[in-house]
Design a binder for this molecule. Structure first.
Ligand code: NAD
Length: 251
């Protein structure tokens, strides 16, 4: 890294620490970028993002019902490694900041559950999760591990044991309605003095409307986002490096 970059990064960390210290309530909004260090690819990173090798329309309601076999074959590719993934230092740093009272809520677009695995409690999942799936006919809820087992045994589409309806992931697909958690995310973002975005391109709507609600905005992301110009500070760097640095200064 160039010397100038390191200096900018340190200044960025100092500004972030001051912003968090002076905020009455800080809410964090995370995206797929916080989990890349756990081995889960994001969607839009230029060389490693999933969209480079996969059509984004595949993760849609249209694909679930119109191209069902292809949809579940992609589930078989994407979900097993995500289900096995472990938190990285960025997730642990946020969980520690929550426990120390510096963060009130973590709003996440991620479905991987890694904030909770790292020990965070106040997590608002606006795009669902991979703990369960459900039957589209009788709504019966099934553990995600059973869903993965069915896929591995090539039961495609996977069917409900009770009514033989199709079971689908409890994740928000393109074309789905947002869960009620989104309304809670709106409320906590509007109440926050500071919204700290970590690892999100801020291009997915309507989540990218949340940064407009908080009184102050700060961003940690490897690449520039469309909201950088509105932020008090936008640090282009690895989430884990910056969050660990912040946490060590706030102990
Ligand atoms: P995105 O792919 O659009 O953007 C991720 C951003 O993170 C990129 O701008 C990238 O530069 C940045 N980034 C990558 N690695 C980073 C790192 N180590 N440190 C800091 N920044 C890093 O992701 P998004 O904005 O979250 O939106 C995409 C959608 O993808 C979300 O709705 C989410 O549900 C879904 N998704 C979730 C997962 C997951 O649960 N882990 C994985 C892939 C996609």
């Amino acid at each position: 890294m160039l010397e100038g970059d390191a200096r900018d990064r340190n200044l960025g960390v100092n500004t972030l620490v001051d912003l968090i210290k002076s905020a009455r309530e800080t809410v964090v909004l995370t995206g797929a970028g916080i989990s890349t260090a756990s081995g889960i690819p994001d969607f839009r990173s230029p060389t490693t993002g999933m969209w480079r090798k996969m059509d984004s329309n595949l993760l849609s309601v249209d694909s679930l019902y119109g191209d069902t076999t292809v949809f579940y074959e992609h589930c078989l590719e994407i979900f097993p490694p995500m289900y096995e993934a472990l938190p990285n230092p960025a997730h642990y740093a946020l969980a520690a900041l929550e426990q120390q009272g510096y963060i009130s809520h973590i709003v996440t677009q991620n479905i991987d559950g890694l904030h909770q695995k790292a020990g965070a409690n106040n997590v608002i999942e606006v795009h669902g999760h991979i703990r369960t799936v459900h039957c589209i006919k009788c709504q019966h809820s099934v553990p995600f591990s059973e869903f993965l087992k069915k896929l591995a045994e090539r039961e495609i589409p996977p069917l409900c044991e009770l009514c033989q309806g199709m079971i689908r992931p409890d994740v928000v697909l393109f074309g789905d309605q947002l869960p009620s958690a989104f309304q809670i995310a709106r409320e906590v973002s509007a109440d926050a003095d500071l919204l700290l975005v970590v690892g999100s391109s801020l291009t997915v709507s309507p989540v990218n409307f949340l940064p407009t609600l908080a009184k102050k905005l700060a961003i940690i992301n490897l690449t520039p986002t469309p909201y950088d110009h509105r932020a008090e500070v936008a640090v282009c760097a690895e989430a884990a490096t910056i969050l660990q640095n912040i946490q060590s200064q706030l102990i």
